[in-house]
Write a protein that binds this ligand. Structure first.
Ligand SMILES: [Zn+2]
Length: 676
C-alpha cells in the first residue's frame, strides 16, 4: 500500500491520510533529503540551479507535513496526537541540523559572495541573504557543546509549545454547562440559543449546552442577563489551563511557561543576544527593543486617558441605569453591549440576519475582483477535504487559474478555536520551468447553519473573514518564484499583518458593505439607518480596545526583554503592565496568561506588538484608497503589484514606500481608531 503522504498529487489526498502514515512518510523524506542534500553539495552548477534544487528538497517535506499539521489543528484525534509530537521532534532536529550544517552554510555564503550574485533575481538574492542571517540564528557559528545545547533547546521548545496548545484545547473541551431551563438564559440572542440547543441535541440531551469555545462563550458574556452564569463561564474561561481551572489543574500551563521563557533566554544568550526580545527582532522590521517599546508607549500615551474616560462612562451608565455599584470582570462586555445599544441602538446580533455567510463570501469575492482583477470560483472538479463542510475554490486571472484554497468555516469538536490562514502549497518555479500554484487553508470558527437557517455572521465575524482572506491573498497572489520568499514566506512577522488588516477596511465602507449585506429571508439591503449606526459605532470604546491590545503586546515584550532579571515573574510582569495600561477590573483568579497561545504556542513571542505595528502600515496604505477611491483600479493594481505579489522578496520598508511614495506614518491609524 502506498503512503498518501508521499503522493505526488497536486493536493493532499485528505481522505486517505491517517495517523499511521505520518511517521513512515516523514522518516522516508528526511532520509531521502539527507542523501539528496549531500549529492547536491557535491555537485557544481549555477547559483540558480542550486537554489531550485535545494527548494525542491525542502518543499517535498513541507508538502507532506502541511496536511499533517493542518489535520492536527482541524480534525485532531488521539491517534494523530500520539504520532504528532515525536514526528515534530524529528523535524525540529532536522531543521537544527540544516541550520548548523557548515558545508551548506559555506555553500550559501559562497553564493552571496560570488560575482554571479548580482545577476540573480531579486527573490533569489533576498532568499540567500535571509539564509545567511538564519544560519547565524541557528547557531552555525557555535562550537560543539553549544551547538548540541542549541539543538536540545529548540527541540524542547517545540515540544513545550505543542503541550501548551494541547492543554488549552483540552481544558477548553473539558468544561460544559448544561442548562435545561430557558429562563436562566434570558437576554441571549436566538442564534446563541439555537446553537446551544443544537449542541445539546448532538449529545442526546434536552435543553441547552454551553462550552468554552468562543462562539459559545462570547454570547453568554455579552448578552446573558443571568449574572451568576456569566460569572461562572467567565471564571472557567479565564482560568483555562491554569492551577485555578474549575475542572482541575491537570492542564496547568504555568510550569511550561516558565520553562519556555528560561529556554528562550538561554537560546538568545547562546547566540549572543542580550534577551529573547533582541533575538526576536533580528528577523523583524523593527530594529531594536527600544524602538518597539517607544512605539507601544506612544500608543499608550495616546489612548490610556481616553480608555479611562470610556470605562468611567461605562461604570456611570451601569450604576445610573442598572444600579450596579461596581463592575465585575464578567459585567464589562455585558454592560458595554447595553451602552452600545443605548448610544447607537444597534447590536451585533441585530445585524446577523443581514450577513448570511454565502452573500458575505460572494461580496468578498466581488470586492477582491474589483480591486485586483481576479475571479474567485468554486472548484469544479471534486477535491478531497477533511470534512464535508469544507469547500474548495480557485482564483483566476485572465482566465488562468493562479491559486486554490480550502474554506473551513464552522466551529466543531476537535478543531482549534480562532481563525487563520495556513499554507498547503507554496508558489514556486519547478525544475521543468512550470509553476507550482499556491494553495491555502482558510479556517474560521463560526456557528454553522441551524436547521433551515443559513449561517449568519456578526459584523465582527465578517471582519475576521476579510482579515484571514487578506492573508490568503498575500499567499495566493504572489508572483515570486522562490518558495522561501514567496507569499508570506520571508515576510517579517511585524509586517505580515499588513495585507490582512488592510482588507478589513472594506467591511467599513458603505460602498463595499452594500455589496454583501442582504437580509437572508427578504434579500433586503441593510437599511440606511442601521448602516449609519454600524459605522458610527465603529470607534465605540476604541480607547479600551487599544489598551487591551497594548496590554497583551507590552506583557509579551516586557516579559521577553526582562526575563530572569531579579524579581521578574510572569504574573509580576502582567500585573505591572496592567497597572500601566489596563482600565478594567481584574479578578484574583484571572489566569489569562495560561491561555495566551499566541506567544507560548504560536509564533508571536516578543512579537505580539506586530499587530499594532502592521496596523500602522495597513491604515496608512488604506489611506491612499481613501484619497483615490476605495475601488480605484489603479490603486488596487499598485497594492497588488507592490505588496501582494512581492511577498518576502523585498523588505517591507522598500515595498511600502514603493506603494505609498513615502515612509509609513502613524496618523492614519490614530485617525481610524478615533484617537487622532
Ligand atoms: Zn492575521
Amino acid at each position: 500500500m502506498s503512503n498518501p503522504l508521499l503522493s505526488s498529487a497536486e493536493l493532499p489526498p485528505f481522505q486517505s491520510i491517517t495517523a499511521k502514515h505520518v511517521a513512515p512518510a516523514i522518516d522516508k523524506i528526511l532520509a531521502d533529503n539527507r542523501v539528496a542534500l549531500q549529492e547536491l553539495l557535491a555537485k557544481s552548477g549555477s547559483s540558480h540551479d542550486f537554489i531550485s534544487a535545494y527548494e525542491s528538497i525542502t518543499d517535498r517535506l513541507n508538502k507532506a507535513w502541511s496536511p499533517v499539521s493542518h489535520l492536527h489543528s482541524v480534525a485532531d484525534s488521539e491517534a494523530l496526537r500520539e504520532v504528532y509530537l515525536p514526528t515534530q521532534a524529528k523535524l525540529s532536529a532536522y531543521y537544527t541540523e540544516l541550520g548548523q550544517n557548515q558545508t551548506l552554510y559555506k555553500k550559501v555564503k559562497g553564493l552571496v559572495d560570488d560575482a554571479s550574485f548580482d545577476s540573480l533575481s531579486q527573490a533569489e538574492k533576498k532568499l540567500l541573504e535571509n539564509s545567511v542571517r538564519d544560519f547565524h540564528l541557528s547557531g552555525v557559528d557555535l562550537d560543539g557543546d553549544k551547538k548540541q545545547r542549541y539543538g536540545e533547546i529548540v527541540q524542547r521548545l517545540s515540544e513545550l509549545g505543542t503541550h501548551f496548545g494541547n492543554n488549552v484545547l483540552d481544558a477548553t473541551q473539558a468544561w460544559e454547562k448544561h442548562i435545561s431551563d430557558a429562563s436562566q438564559l434570558v437576554g441571549l440572542p436566538d442564534s446563541a440559543l439555537a446553537a446551544a440547543r443544537q449542541a445539546a441535541e448532538q449529545k442526546d440531551q434536552e435543553g441547552y449546552l454551553f462550552n468554552l469555545e468562543y462562539p459559545s462563550f462570547f454570547p453568554v458574556i455579552t448578552y446573558c442577563d443571568n449574572r451568576a452564569f456569566r460569572q461562572e463561564i467567565y471564571q472557567a474561561y479565564i482560568t483555562r489551563a491554569s492551577d485555578l481551572f474549575v475542572e482541575g489543574d491537570k492542564w496547568d500551563n504555568q510550569g511550561i511557561m516558565n520553562e519556555i521563557l528560561d529556554l528562550r533566554l538561554e537560546l538568545a544568550n547562546l547566540l549572543g543576544f542580550e534577551s529573547y526580545a533582541h533575538y526576536s527582532l533580528a528577523t523583524k522590521m523593527a530594529d531594536k527593543p527600544e524602538e518597539v517599546s517607544a512605539f507601544l508607549n506612544e500608543l499608550a500615551e495616546r489612548s490610556v486617558s481616553v480608555a479611562r474616560e470610556e470605562f468611567q462612562s461605562l461604570s456611570d451608565f451601569a450604576r445610573d441605569t442598572y444600579q450596579v455599584e461596581e463592575l465585575a470582570p464578567w459585567d464589562v462586555a455585558y454592560y458595554s453591549e447595553k451602552l452600545r445599544q443605548q448610544e447607537y441602538d444597534l447590536s451585533q446580533e441585530a445585524l446577523r440576519p443581514y450577513f448570511p455567510l454565502n452573500d458575505v463570501l460572494a461580496g468578498l469575492f466581488e470586492i477582491v475582483s474589483r480591486l485586483y482583477g481576479i475571479e474567485v470560483k468554486p472548484e469544479e472538479e471534486k477535491v478531497e477535504a477533511w470534512h464535508p463542510d469544507v469547500k474548495v475554490f480557485g482564483i483566476y486571472e485572465g482566465g488562468q487559474k493562479i491559486a486554490r484554497f480550502y474554506l473551513d468555516l464552522y466551529a466543531r469538536a476537535n478543531k482549534k478555536g480562532g481563525a487563520w490562514m495556513g499554507e498547503c502549497r507554496v508558489r514556486r518555479r519547478l525544475s521543468d520551468n512550470s509553476i507550482q500554484l499556491p494553495v491555502a487553508y482558510m479556517v474560521c470558527n463560526f456557528n454553522g447553519p441551524v436547521g433551515d437557517q443559513p449561517a449568519l455572521l456578526t459584523h465582527n465575524e465578517v471582519t475576521t473573514l476579510f482579515h484571514e482572506f487578506g492573508h490568503g491573498l498575500h499567499h495566493m497572489l504572489t508572483q515570486v518564484d522562490c518558495a522561501g520568499v514567496s507569499g508570506i514566506n520571508g515576510v517579517p512577522w511585524d509586517a505580515v499583518e499588513l495585507p490582512s488588516q488592510f482588507l478589513e477596511n472594506w467591511c467599513w465602507h458603505p460602498e463595499a458593505i452594500n455589496l454583501f449585506a442582504k437580509h437572508y429571508q427578504t434579500g433586503e439591503a441593510l437599511p440606511q439607518p442601521m448602516l449609519e449606526k454600524l459605522l458610527a459605532a465603529k470607534n465605540f470604546q476604541s480607547g479600551m480596545q487599544m489598551v487591551r491590545q497594548l496590554e497583551f503586546a507590552l506583557f509579551d515584550f516586557v516579559l521577553h526583554s526582562t526575563w530572569k532579571q531579579p524579581g521578574v515573574s510572569v504574573q509580576g510582569v502582567l500585573d505591572e503592565v496592567r497597572q500601566k495600561v489596563s482600565v478594567l477590573p481584574i479578578a484574583d483568579f484571572n489566569r489569562f496568561q495560561c491561555g495566551f497561545s499566541h506567544i507560548f504556542a504560536g509564533g508571536y513571542a516578543a512579537g505580539y506588538y506586530s499587530y499594532k505595528w502592521a496596523e500602522v502600515l495597513s491604515a496608512d496604505a488604506f489611506s491612499r484608497f481613501e484619497e483615490e477611491g476605495i475601488f480605484n483600479t489603479q490603486t488596487g493594481a499598485d497594492f497588488k503589484q507592490y505588496i501582494l505579489e512581492k511577498g518576502g522578496s523585498e523588505t517591507p520598508q522598500v515595498l511600502f514606500e514603493a506603494f505609498r511614495g513615502r515612509a509609513p506614518d502613524v496618523s492614519a491609524l490614530l485617525r481610524h481608531s478615533g484617537l487622532a
